[in-house]
Write a protein that binds this ligand. Sequence first.
Ligand code: GTP
Ligand code: MG
Length: 370
Amino acid sequence: PEFITVQELANRMTERSSDVVKALMKLGVMATITQTIDADTAELIVTEFGHTIKRVTEGDVEIGIEGDTDTEGDLLPRPPVVTIMGHVDHGKTSLLDALRATDVVAGEAGGITQHIGAYQVTMPSGHKITFLDTPGHAAFTEMRARGANVTDIVVLVVAANDSIMPQTIEAINHAKAAGVPIIVAINKIDLPDANPNKVRQDLLQHEIVLEEMGGDTMAVELSAKKKINLDKLEETILLQAEMLNLRANPNRRANGTVVEAKLEQGRGNVATVLVENGTLRVGDIFVAGAESGRVRALLDDRGNSVKQALPGQPVEVLGLQGAPEAGDKINVVEDDARAREIAAYRARKKREQAAASIARRTNSLEQMIA
Ligand code: GTP
Ligand code: MG
């Protein structure tokens, strides 16, 4: 069965379509860039170019857009990316603020904390953890709906005086659907009516079995307000990260995901990018969603200008031609022409998708009227 056009395949691999046509010819397949080829041929081509291939569902193939395939020896541990979720008022924002204050390298710089959609904490041991600081389910599901699964670990905040509430259940379902492990932060243990054991019991009804009850979900009792056990939570996150064996290759062209993007007075289009693989550097030419650009400046979560950003690091990127959307992929490419080519392709694709969704809506409207 046919399933991908030559053009699309080339774009997903960030290769020139003419090179893909040539490679196909070598395999005895004559195809123009608008023609569709089957999954097996596509897989052969992908391997030929040294990219990785991932079949997500039957007949549908997702191809790593990033440059060269990483070999075992290239891969180094990278910091985990954590999203905090939980019911209203259970302490998500308080916990994010409290964790941020545990950063051991923050002090000396004395920088004012910037809201860039994510921040990184360095622990006394030197280990780093990245937190997406847009708490809540909407951000998580929106990103996921757009194909961006950047979260490695969900910290589920449950107030010990309130236990499981509707949005707690919603968060559990989101995390499970995404296949992301949960760490339970049993918060507000400083309150006199705190009942952490009730939280443990209630979680059982939602198939969350904590380690101390023979399951495999880790939990930490803490107080975001009184700053109790924040270090314990961080250690637990690192432990979970270790089990996930999160690794990346810093020695390659960067790719990542846009976490936030906006047009700012005097600064132009600014995007917060989470680097997923490779190292992003000032001067790099990139495509972010349907926008291309060249990195004019990089700013960390304290607003300090930096020359580069490593895997797992959130960074503000200046130098975009337009504003990408949260969840868009960013890829560093070899030159301007390539960046513009991919940007134009993605823009066309977005227009097609928008047109298709309008057509769907018009159809259902007509059906309703009829
Ligand atoms: P939403 O963003 O509205 O969903 O709330 P949230 O989950 O971000 O909760 P937030 O951090 O705003 O905290 C809600 C209230 O609980 C605030 O009044 C906090 O001061 C309080 N609070 C948060 N953590 C603790 C804690 O550990 N102990 C106590 N006693 N109060 C806490
Ligand atoms: Mg909040």
